[in-house]
Design a protein around this ligand. Structure first.
Ligand code: KG4
Ligand code: ZN
Length: 356
């Protein structure tokens, strides 16, 4: 591989089509030249959640126009793309196949190598795209819609899972609680917005596994507790949960968020203490949550721990993190892109399969 090259990244694992171009120049941190994103949220909203077949079809519609947009914004041509990276998994099979198919077709047509990337590694390395990038080693709190993990990260591909959820992910807890409060999809941003005007101590909700003595999480019971509390209130008022006064819903939202955030913060601090590291990196969609950021910042400042986040707009799925993860893997020398264009996708793909 030359010293300087451009990596095109394509993300299509769920309900966002993302494309981005990064430039690798020697050993320096890869630089984002341009990225473009199309969110399918509006289309799925009518169904209250992601409809996989509609997602796949929409990725097909969006991916090439977004690629053109990115190249134009970066002032590059397709011929100047040196590597085409795509999300190989985990995610929705049909949606992944679109990105993989387009990436491999582009690679074959351009005679350029391709590289399949792990979606979670994309999230994990996305803070390196921020104005305040971390340095290895660090503890990572990966909190997305499908995963909640604490990891020790010693370098690219050198990840050790310290703890993870045994049932629902943190994002799922936000989404499911929001849904049962009638806040629609996607629930995390809606619930956290409503929580801003609510009282976080209005309702006593469980902090699952807070004192488990390990770094695992469990959020399924919390969602049930929110449901029981909401139904109790609705029954007392003789209305449906969604018809509860906004102030009550806001208190429920704030109490739910407080429970999730407290567990995430305390377990992150325990991981910092256990590893002896002094740097925390937060990644994934829930990393956009304002309350989580405020509480982590406060707790870490007290302990002399530096916290790094992805830029707010790069917390949820995007192409930049896929291009970045591919670029950092290539740069570290742990992986090569190749000109084999027969592709597969991995809808289920444990992160430890890509660790070194
Ligand atoms: O990382 P991501 O885009 O998707 C997966 O890879 O799963 O994360 C999406 C998740 C959703 O559960 C969404 O509700 C949650 O991140 N999320 C938030 C916020 N923004 C997105 N949760 C809480 N507060 C937010 N501000
Ligand atoms: Zn994601």
């Amino acid at each position: 591989m030359a010293k300087d090259y451009c990596v095109l990244g394509i993300e299509s694992s769920c309900d966002e089509t993302g494309v981005a171009l990064v430039r690798v120049s020697g050993p320096r941190l890869p630089e984002l030249l341009a990225h473009a994103l199309y969110s399918q949220i509006e289309m799925h909203q009518a169904y209250g959640g992601v409809v996989p077949e509609l997602a796949s079809r929409d990725h097909i519609r969006r991916v090439l126009p977004l690629t053109r947009e990115v190249l134009q914004a970066a002032g590059k041509t397709l011929q100047e793309v040196d590597v085409v990276a795509f999300t190989r998994g985990p995610g929705l099979a049909g949606a992944l196949l679109v990105g993989a198919g387009v990436a491999c077709a582009l690679g074959a047509a351009l005679h350029k190598p391709v590289l399949g990337v792990h979606h979670l590694e994309g999230h994990l390395l996305s803070p390196f795209l921020s104005a305040d990038p971390p340095e290895f080693p660090f503890v990572a709190l990966l909190v997305s819609g499908g995963h909640t993990q604490l990891m020790q990260v010693d370098g690219v591909g050198r990840y050790q899972i310290l703890g993870e959820t045994i049932d629902d992910a943190a994002g799922e807890a936000f989404d499911k609680s929001a849904k049962l409060l009638g806040l629609g999809y996607p629930g995390g941003p809606a619930l956290s917005k409503l929580a801003e005007i609510g009282d976080p101590v209005a309702f006593k909700l469980p902090r699952p596994l807070l004192h488990s003595g390990n770094l695992d999480f469990s959020f399924a019971g919390l969602k049930t507790a929110v449901m029981v509390q909401a139904k109790k209130l609705a029954m007392a008022q003789g209305c449906a949960v969604e018809a509860l006064p906004n102030a009550v819903l806001a208190d429920l939202a704030a109490s739910t968020q407080a429970a999730i955030v407290e567990v995430l913060v305390k377990k992150s601090l325990a991981a910092i203490k256990g590893t002896g590291l002094s740097r925390l990196v937060v990644a994934g969609g829930v990393g956009a949550n304002r309350s989580l950021r405020e509480q982590l910042n406060r707790a870490c400042a007290h302990r002399g721990v530096r916290v790094h986040y992805p830029e707010l707009h790069l917390c949820t799925d995007n192409g930049a993190m896929i291009a970045m993860a591919a670029a950092m893997r290539l740069q570290s020398g742990m992986q090569t892109a190749n000109e084999v264009y027969a592709f597969d996708v991995k809808p289920r793909w444990p992160l430890d399969e890509i660790m070194v």
